[in-house]
Design a protein around this ligand. Structure first.
Ligand SMILES: Cc1ncc(COP(=O)(O)O)c(C=O)c1O
Length: 391
């Protein structure tokens, strides 16, 4: 029903992915596979809703605490995750990371510790360090190609008296790990044992593949927690600036609203983002499901081509996200040399793994949220660059 193979020219739309590529990669003429947004137009049900709202013409102050929005959230959680989310606990904000920042400030003091699994989404480092907290890294381990958390190590970090918050990424960016219910229960118990609060960033929740199922934190949480998310990744609308979440602890919720509305003066939500969320969650399922099929096929293509060129990689598609986290360590190529060839000779921008911390060395992250024709170009250029380096 929907054509994801169509190329939309994003140049000249002030988009970070294409128009500002030189900021990160030092050159403008690169084919980008970088930050996590997609090259697809959003779902037609969203564009139609936005067009109607714009045609009305009046774009005055707005609200989000109404049944149209909250009912749409409940509907989505019931349909997609079989979860009865309590919308009395709902909160709203301009972006997930803005909300993460607020919760870190509410739940810890400067100098105290925030624990997160690494490699981690680069904004996690920035938001923790930018708020003068210390980041304690719990490196993810691998067994037979699957990522897992060393729970004993995690517990040792949570047990430190200055640790106040576990910043969880569920599903995890960049590894694409989907946390199992059993793992989530263990982490919830460890946080309870050591009196650690949980911020669960679930922005990639709709993009899990195969048999892997996302379990929202409200199903397992014990200590005060905040589940923060948005339809922005799934429906490719991050520039509308809208996110939401759920905070189970009433005192924290009140404090969050005080920060948002009084201290930061952000009382009106972006009405177009609210309208887009309602349309996405009420009418967007068919589009999203078709997109999910397309993205999985993109990832399968990457696996097929990479493994054909370099069988020793034995690369498997991630459990979630449209971000291919590719372990190149078996090829023993130098990260900087690879980036130089990718940029200077192959003219592609592919995220070096070290963007996501020390554990990312030897990896690259390739965003496949784009038409297959572009993925084909990107993968062939990556293979070509690797061939130049592998002896
Ligand atoms: C795990 C994760 N959280 C948050 C974000 C950004 O969300 P927002 O723009 O709403 O802060 C991203 C975007 O890449 C992400 O991968």
């Amino acid at each position: 029903m929907f054509d994801f193979s169509k190329t939309v020219d994003r140049h000249g739309t002030w988009c970070t992915q294409w128009d500002y590529i030189a900021d990160r990669f030092g050159a403008n003429d690169l084919l980008p596979f970088t930050i996590s947004d997609m090259d697809f137009a959003t779902a037609p049900c969203i564009t139609e809703t936005l067009e109607k709202r714009i045609a009305h013409g009046v774009l005055g102050y707005s609200r989000w605490q109404h049944e149209d929005f909250l009912g749409a959230l409940r509907h989505w959680y019931a349909k997609r995750f079989n979860s009865a989310i309590d919308t009395d606990t709902a909160v709203y904000g301009p972006s997930v990371i803005y909300m993460v920042a607020q919760l870190i400030r509410l739940w810890s003091q400067p100098g105290e510790f925030v624990v997160t699994h690494t490699p981690a989404y680069d904004a996690f480092y920035k938001v923790v360090l930018g708020n003068q907290r210390q980041l304690l890294s719990c490196p993810l381990k691998q067994k037979e190609g699957e990522w897992y958390c060393d729970m004993a190590h995690l517990e040792a970090l949570l047990a430190r008296p200055q640790t106040k918050v576990l910043l969880l990424c569920s599903p995890q960016n960049p590894t694409g790990k989907v946390w199992t219910q059993a793992e989530l229960h263990i982490m919830a118990e460890l946080c309870e044992r050591h009196d650690v609060k949980v911020i669960s960033d679930e922005i990639h929740m709709d993009m899990t593949w195969g048999e892997h199922r996302h379990t929202p934190w409200n199903e397992v949480g014990k200590t005060p927690w905040a589940l923060l998310t948005s339809a922005s990744k799934s429906f490719n609308i991050p520039a509308l600036t809208g996110a939401y979440g759920f905070i189970n602890d009433p005192a924290t919720r009140d404090a969050y609203f005080l920060q948002l509305k009084s201290k930061d003066g952000l009382s009106s939500p972006a009405v177009l983002a609210v309208a887009a969320h309602i349309a996405a969650y009420r009418e967007g399922q068919p589009w999203l499901d078709e997109l999910r099929g397309y993205l999985q096929a993109n990832l399968e293509y990457v696996a097929h081509e990479l493994n054909a060129a370099f069988p020793q990689l034995n690369w498997k598609i991630p459990q979630a996200t449209y971000l291919a986290w590719i372990d190149l360590r078996a090829l023993a190529v130098d990260d900087q040399a690879l980036q130089r060839i990718l940029i200077d000779e192959e003219k592609v921008a592919i995220m070096p793994g070290f963007t996501y911390g020390e554990e990312g060395r030897g990896f690259v992250r390739l965003n496949v949220g784009c038409p297959r024709s572009k993925v084909e170009l990107g993968v062939q250029k990556l293979i070509s660059a690797l061939n130049k380096l592998v002896k």
